[in-house]
Design a protein around this ligand. Structure first.
Ligand SMILES: [Mg+2]
Length: 413
């Protein structure tokens, strides 16, 4: 892989975003206390204690509170934990305000999630000055104008910029230029390399790879034997190689979605996840039939009180694989849903791209999605030939007594 040289890429990442935004809002409205300085966390679905921690303050982190763990678990570790409910309307507002500031500095801003963005600052030196100086200007502006802090990582590609923004927090600017890799990145545990998950880490441990440096110097053939294509990608990452471009705002593309009104209120996560699976199956099938993949996914819900909420995310890599769509749909639902009884659930795939356009660039393959994609294509053609119920997921068959799948009533679009 050839590294395009002389690019200047920033990765801007809000420090403990949901918690910081809530803290800044409380300071603005009531003058405090500053939740960032307390053992505090944002948790979804707090009433039933089934929800998970979505963000935590640095003092809470020191008490062992982790993002993604259950609220009950977090309270066991930190009984004095102050829990606040999520406020997605506020998050969207703050996110838009942050992006507006970033877009003043370059038109090439790629929002990677609600609280992070890549900026291609190549060639802006004549306008804004040295990258480190302009990064500090942006960091200060966000702090004074919007009331929260960001980390900014600077390098020649997205991977290194992202790794740099993850160094010491909060309110910091870090560089990770190629010549700094041996000193700043190689000593880190391999689990801190972007996109290395738990199962990959286990394989690495068996191969005697503990640090990112070990991985960078490992034999590529050995990695490919054990981790296939992902081994190749991770080796490149460990050596600081990433050729993916910063993508501007994607052109408005049509979307593929499906929603369903349920016969009874949905009150538990297991049922809700099952409904999402059924919806993702039809969305995935339509994507595959159109030869498209989704770059973004959104989930919408309507409560029995007729309130409507939705939440969306850019996917780590475009996909049309049902199980992958389902995994992210569940994640979105869990961030969105406070446990109130639901009457409608919807899933929508957006930012559509032609199939296979981006898979080879993906560095997120914790699972063999290529194999799953082939299997799903086979299922699609069986269904086309023999009817919808020719092949069904075990999870739906087990639910059979009440007559089959969820009463899917409606709405494609
Ligand atoms: Mg963040």
């Amino acid at each position: 892989m050839q590294e395009p040289s002389q690019r200047v890429i920033f990765h801007v990442d809000v420090n403990s975003a949901f918690l910081s935004w809530e803290a800044a809002e409380r300071l603005r409205l009531a003058g405090g206390p500053d939740l960032r300085l307390e053992t505090a966390a944002v948790g979804g679905d707090m009433a039933s204690r089934h929800g998970v921690i979505l963000a935590k303050s640095i003092p809470a982190k020191k008490m062992g509170v982790r993002t993604g763990e259950s609220i009950g678990e977090a309270l066991r570790k930190c009984p004095s934990l102050i829990l606040v409910p999520p406020n997605h309307t506020l998050y969207r507002q703050r996110s838009r305000q942050l992006m507006a500031i970033l877009e003043e500095y370059t038109p090439l801003v790629e929002q990677a999630s609600i609280d992070e963005a890549f900026m291609d600052m190549t060639g802006t030196q004549w306008l804004w000055g040295e990258p480190v100086a302009v990064a500090h200007t942006i960091r200060e502006r966000v702090k004074t104008e919007l009331g929260f802090t960001v980390n900014i990582g600077i390098s020649v590609n997205k991977l290194l910029a992202k790794m740099a923004s993850d160094f010491e927090k909060p309110d910091r600017v870090h560089t990770l230029f190629p010549e700094e890799i041996p000193e700043k990145m190689w000593p880190l545990p391999v689990g801190e390399l972007y996109s290395v998950g738990g199962s990959t880490q286990k394989v690495m441990a068996l191969l005697g790879i503990r640090t990112i440096g070990d991985l960078a110097k490992a034999d590529r053939g050995l990695l490919v034997r054990h981790l296939k294509k992902q081994g190749e990608h991770l080796w490149a990452y460990a050596n600081g190689i990433d050729v993916s471009p910063v993508l501007e705002k994607p052109p408005e593309s049509k979307s593929i979605g499906n929603s369903t009104t349920t016969a009874q209120d949905v009150c538990d996560h297991e049922t809700a996840h099952c409904v999402l699976l059924s919806l993702c199956e039809s969305v995935g099938e339509r994507l595959r039939a159109a030869g498209m993949e989704a770059g973004a996914l959104s989930v919408g819900i309507r409560t029995s009180g007729l309130q409507y909420f939705s939440h969306q995310m850019v996917l780590p890599a475009p996909t049309s694989v049902t199980s992958e769509l389902h995994e992210f749909a569940c994640l979105l639902l869990d961030q969105l849903w406070d446990g109130k009884p639901l009457r409608l659930l919807g899933v929508q795939a957006a930012r559509l791209l032609p199939q296979g356009a981006a898979r080879q660039l993906s560095l997120f393959e914790k699972r063999d999605y290529d194999r799953e994609a082939k299997m799903e294509q086979a299922v699609d053609s069986l269904r086309k030939k023999y009817g919808k119920n020719a092949v069904r997921r075990a999870v739906f068959v087990e639910r059979e007594p009440g007559k089959g799948e969820f009463p899917l009533k409606n709405g494609k679009g």
